[in-house]
Design a binder for this molecule. Structure first.
Ligand SMILES: O=C(O)CCC(=O)C(=O)O
Ligand SMILES: [Fe+2]
Length: 282
């Protein structure tokens, strides 16, 4: 895509569009501080500037869910010519994620009277506005780099479930336990499923939002890398208070302490912390 067109579709506060090289940084919130809306400064957050001196070595384009078969925001020609393909791919990702959410609801033994196996999937219906996006990522090849440079800094995803397709070049690593990074290899025909922050909130920490990153590997840094990621998020105003399940710990005191945090508020806090340009806009 020509640079001019990329700039014309630069990402805005709606979270759709083009993000340039070094524009985004990995962001780690220490979650699970409170289910009440709190200002980001009160959340112990880390832009991890100590390990990430410049933004990610990647560029990306984010497309939102379609409405009545039409994109909800203008698209560059490259994507406009492929809207049917894009929509059908996004819908397929969403269908797979709905099934995963139903499996979780069954495992969590949510009572029928509360919504049973549909409790989570009902909160992620395709036709209700939410922060869902398909992210198309390109990690350019580099000739030489600093030891600290990273393709995508350590972070957790903001939504509920993420479906991630690495193309043919690996580099994705998942944080296992408290101190060890393990590679998530490229397996042909397979997708990676990541749990995001909202599920950690909903299960009060029983499910963990997986920390992950994309590193340069000496054998592949001179090769460009592509990946496709579908982020599924609950509808905008949905409360992130714990799920009605006896397996999920509840804190009655906190639940009575005021209005719950919503999916869209959590998304806003993370986006504001991840992108340099928000700070510049104010
Ligand atoms: O490109 C990848 O493999 C991972 C991308 C990712 O984690 C993200 O965009 O949130
Ligand atoms: Fe991610």
């Amino acid at each position: 895509m020509p640079m001019e067109e990329k700039q014309r579709f630069a990402i805005g506060k709606d979270n759709f569009g083009y993000t340039a090289m070094h524009q985004e940084v990995g962001i780690l919130f220490f979650l699970y501080v409170s289910h009440r809306p709190v200002r980001p400064t009160f959340i112990s957050s880390s832009l991890d500037r100590s390990t990430q001196k410049i933004g990610d070595f990647k560029e990306s384009y984010q497309v939102g869910k379609f409405k009545n078969g039409k994109p909800v925001h203008p698209l560059p020609t490259l994507f406009e010519e492929r809207v049917d393909e894009l929509e059908s791919f996004m819908k397929s990702c969403h269908t797979v994620i709905s099934k995963i959410l139903q499996t979780f609801a069954i495992g969590l033994e949510i009572p029928e009277s509360e919504g049973g196996k549909n409790w989570l999937s009902d909160r992620h219906a395709y036709d209700i506005p939410s922060g869902d996006v398909l992210r198309i990522l390109h990690y350019p090849a580099v000739e030489s780099r600093d030891v600290d440079d990273i393709r995508a800094g350590s972070h957790t995803d903001y939504g509920s479930v993420t479906l991630l397709f690495q193309h043919n070049i690996g580099g994705l690593e998942v944080h296992a336990g408290r101190s060890r990074w393990i590679p998530a290899p490229v397996l042909p025909g397979c997708a990676i499923i990541n749990l995001g922050d909202c599920l950690e909130y909903w299960t009060n920490g029983l499910f963990k939002s997986t920390r992950h990153r994309v590193v340069f590997r000496s054998d592949t840094q001179k090769l460009e890398r592509y990946s496709l990621v579908y982020f599924c998020q609950g509808y905008e105003g949905v409360s992130l208070d714990p799920i009605p399940s006896s397996l999920v710990p509840h804190d009655e005191k906190e639940e009575e302490a005021g209005r719950p945090l919503t999916a869209v508020e959590h998304l806003r806090m993370k986006l504001d912390a991840s992108y340099e340009y928000y700070a510049n806009e104010e």
